[in-house]
Design a protein. Sequence first.
Length: 271
Amino acid sequence: MNSIDTIVVAGGTSSRLNFTDKSALTLKNKSLLEIALKNAVGQIYLSSNQEAVAYKNVVLVKDVVPSGGPAVGVWSCLELSKSDYVLLLAVDQPFIGSYLEELCALALANPAGAWIKADGQFQPFASCLKRELLYHALKETKGVNISLRKLMQTMELSQLEITSQAVWDIDTWSDYFYALVQVSEKEAMTEEWIETLQKQLKLSADFLDTEEILNITREVAHNIERKAAPLTTFLLGYLAGQKNLSKEEISVIIKDIEQTIHQIKEKSGDK
């Protein structure tokens, strides 16, 4: 089974944000860094020259050549990774998460890998590449002043076309305020839909912990299989209704499911 590590690039001076650390900006009470780490798979390497908060399963990597550009950060992490493929993510693209499973699956079917294309523009920091291929491509320069987009255009990568909104990146305060509006609108839409269903089905949603349900759905999709996620939540809901479970009892079952996922991941890693 091919393995995938993740490189999250969080370098740069954020000059257009008045030198604010963009990775610390928040959307719905989560920092951009936390969102990026949630999207990651495998061992996570964080390219950052700032002192970051310690996160479990995250290796903080300083650039081997400071101020050499984002490709230097990728190179610095590549030297540590031993996986078959690497998923490259930027800390400032908070809406890319729902497409990453499909991207990784597409990459694993291609000896070189795959990257995302939105409105005719390829996204190097929404790509999953054969680690050895990228390593040798950057070895001579160590990534200094290298355009990853131009470099990847010489590789025979598969393409996943998506909407430009999903690869929206935050470079300015206007970008950030736009992202805040998008999150608020989506959250309001979700709440409105749940309220509509409650009325239609004559149910109370007092037992519903939205964040916990969404988290376990995401965990199943990322670590088991995408189509297994809605089936898992359906079975969980069916059991909760059949046994009239409380919110606390549902939470216990979710933790049991998470433990099962963890055990499956450990067994897969041993193979």
